[in-house]
Design a protein. Structure first.
Length: 62
């Protein structure tokens, strides 16, 4: 299970709204752990309006 704090750190500078593909690509570019990248790959493919929405989705799918 991905740590929500680690997810937030990796996505710190991202512009919202952002879709799943953008979140995954940003995490990879920022050197996220495989666990975080995998968690983001498994969230619902939709537009996220902010970091809290991403954290909530990661928590539900992990």
């Amino acid at each position: 299970m991905a740590n929500p704090i680690e997810v937030q750190k990796v996505l710190k500078g991202i512009d919202y709204p952002a879709d799943r593909r953008t979140l995954v690509e940003t995490a990879r570019q920022e050197g996220a752990s495989r666990e975080v990248v995998t968690a983001l790959e498994h969230i619902t493919d939709r537009s996220y309006d902010g970091p809290n929405a991403v954290s909530q989705e990661v928590s539900h799918t992990s």
